[in-house]
Ligand binder design. Sequence first.
Ligand code: ATP
Ligand code: MG
Length: 224
Amino acid sequence: MIRVEDATKLYGRAGADGAAVHALNGVNLEIKAGEFVSIMGPSGCGKSTLLHVLGGLDRLSSGGIFLDDVAIHTLDENGLTDLRRRKIGFIFQFFNLLPTLTVEENVRLPGLLQMVSGVDIDERSAKLLESVGLAHRARHRLHQLSGGEMQRAALARALLLRPPVLLADEPTGNLDSEASAGVVKLFRQIGETHGTTIVMVTHSREVAASAHRMITMRDGRVVA
Ligand SMILES: Nc1ncnc2c1ncn2[C@@H]1O[C@H](COP(=O)(O)OP(=O)(O)OP(=O)(O)O)[C@@H](O)[C@H]1O
Ligand SMILES: [Mg+2]
């Protein structure tokens, strides 16, 4: 499903001043369809950068990324936008929810924006809110939620359109161990029911261990 070949991402300009950062420094990786992979590694080792380039939010400096055999490093901006809409669900550390909308409005939003037909957005959104434990908060506005509740709302929203690929950056970062276990369980269910390919960055060894496979990064490389 996902193949990364000798990917590098250089921020800044190489030179004597040491300002350049090799956020990715020759990453090679293959992830099968339906696989649930976790990525661990010290702060600054390139985990978020890798998710961004996988999701077409940022570009490589060199190397290639293939998603379903589409060479996404060769796509132009329109191509990348289209790819993100059709294939990718994102869950980020800073969740991009809209504070003035209610929880259920936030979750339904991707469905409204894309005007999907033949899908009962309201019903699906209600089920997702139930499974992330937020059914009782559906009509609350975002700013009335705790950090962990917002994170779970972001998760429900990312899953609404059942993207084939789900990219999650520390999706349990603000959650206690019980809520974390709930999110991980939901990921596994989504994977099993819909064959979703999931790449999840986490700092928690326990959360990471619940994936099918754990990848460790260091200094812009996959080391294990
Ligand atoms: N826009 C940018 N400009 C310059 N350097 C950047 C930029 N984004 C990231 N970096 C650098 O690239 C490296 C990798 O950053 P990245 O955000 O991928 O790390 P990370 O593994 O996700 O860390 P964390 O666990 O703290 O989230 C870091 O050294 C960071 O300072
Ligand atoms: Mg990060």
